[in-house]
Design a binder for this molecule. Structure first.
Ligand code: KG4
Ligand code: ZN
Length: 362
């Protein structure tokens, strides 16, 4: 099963060709990713209109380059998969419309993929990981804990009530003038810092449940920064270290609760796996905290390589292949969706439009 995948839901334009073998092993035959960091850097964050235009400009070239890198033709594909949400709507349309054009022109089936399902299945690019497994997705747009039960069956345990973890990193880095993207910049700044120097809050500490909250932490960090008289480099390092430590501790604590829940729900799973995905998973302090938490609970921590942790098209092509194997394809009028919860239960519970708990980050 050979599938072409396209991704453009945030600020990475990506195309990949994935071959999925019958027993679940996967070869990524070719992949191209173009980051738009340079285009957004002057604004300190992703500007949706700039992102959409930049995706539309490169999608066709990336497809051609990826096919030629794999030494394959469009006719060699079994299906064409594209992210059709959730994400920045103008961007989502770039990959989806390109995929529709390719599908129409070649007569190949189209598969409209939920971006979150791509992340949820991304560890299976590495190994044919058996279901069920626990997934912590931490990126600039999402912070959620979910159980992957089967292809197409995901149970969300919790998500952020306000900001995503990556967003808290990015916005704090922006306030501190550390540059964009903020997460890696903040991690570098934190190296020389003392995490105990500033008293930042511990979000939701000790409170049972699987939801996250980072907005209060972000605001507290900003207030400390604004209150400093001519902050120097050491102040920046200390605040960055404190911020990183609090986020790591909160992710580890909420994930520990989820591991307990998983162990109770699936007592027969004797080698349970915790998967961590999303750009924030590249933070070493966070990885260490999750590694310790997983060991303490008898879980194996599986972190896909960074290139498949952050937004990429290989995971979209794989999700497309898995759905195609189940006989699922989509019509050429499949819509681009800004919001699209992964599990049906929360989709039914929550209205499509809202803010905060009910909004896009839900
Ligand atoms: O998964 P991703 O590439 O894109 C989406 O948001 O979908 O994640 C990007 C996010 C950004 O918020 C970025 O600041 C954060 O991941 N990030 C990090 C690190 N590297 C990337 N956050 C903390 N530490 C890092 N080393
Ligand atoms: Zn993503």
């Amino acid at each position: 099963m050979t599938v072409l995948g396209l991704e453009s839901s945030c600020d990475e334009s990506a195309v990949a060709i994935v071959r999925r073998h019958p027993k679940g092993h996967v070869d990524v035959l070719a992949e191209r990713v173009l980051s738009q960091d340079a285009a957004h850097a002057p604004f300190g964050g992703v500007v949706p209109e700039i992102a959409a235009r930049a995706h539309a400009e490169v999608m066709d070239t990336l497809v051609a380059e990826t096919l030629s890198q794999a030494e394959l033709k469009l006719e060699d594909m079994d299906a064409i998969a594209a992210t059709s949400g959730p994400g920045l709507i103008g961007g989502v349309m770039a990959a989806l419309m390109t995929a529709k054009g390719l599908a129409l022109g070649s007569g190949k089936p189209l598969i409209a993929v939920n971006h979150l399902e791509g992340h949820a299945l991304s560890p299976r690019l590495v190994e044919p990981l058996a279901f069920p497994y626990l997934l912590l997705l931490v990126s600039g747009g999402h912070t959620q804990l979910l159980i992957a039960e089967a292809v197409g069956r995901y149970r969300r345990l919790g998500s952020t009530l306000d900001d995503a973890a990556g967003e808290a990193f990015d916005k704090t880095a922006k306030v501190m003038g550390l540059g964009f993207p903020g997460g890696p910049a903040l991690e570098r700044a934190a190296e020389a810092g003392d995490a105990e120097r500033f008293a930042l809050p511990h979000p939701l500490q000790g409170r049972p449940g699987f939801d996250f909250s980072f907005a209060g932490l972000k605001t507290a960090a900003r207030q400390i920064w604004d209150g400093l008289n001519a902050p120097n480099e050491q102040d920046a390092a200390n605040l960055a270290a404190a911020m990183q430590a609090r986020i790591a501790a909160s992710l580890a604590e909420r994930t520990s609760f989820a591991m307990d829940h998983f162990a109770e729900a699936y007592p027969e799973a004797d080698a349970p796996v915790l998967v961590v995905a999303g750009g924030v998973a590249s933070n070493r302090t966070i990885r260490r905290a999750l590694d310790e938490a997983a060991s303490a609970k008898g879980f194996r921590l599986l972190a896909p390589p960074i290139k498949w942790c952050t937004d990429n098209a290989a995971m979209i092509a794989l999700a497309g292949a898995e759905r195609f194997i189940l006989g699922e394809t989509d019509p050429l009028d499949a819509p681009a969706r800004a919001r699209w919860p992964l599990d049906a239960a929360s989709a039914n519970l929550q209205p499509a439009i809202g803010s905060g708990r009910k909004g896009p980050k839900a």
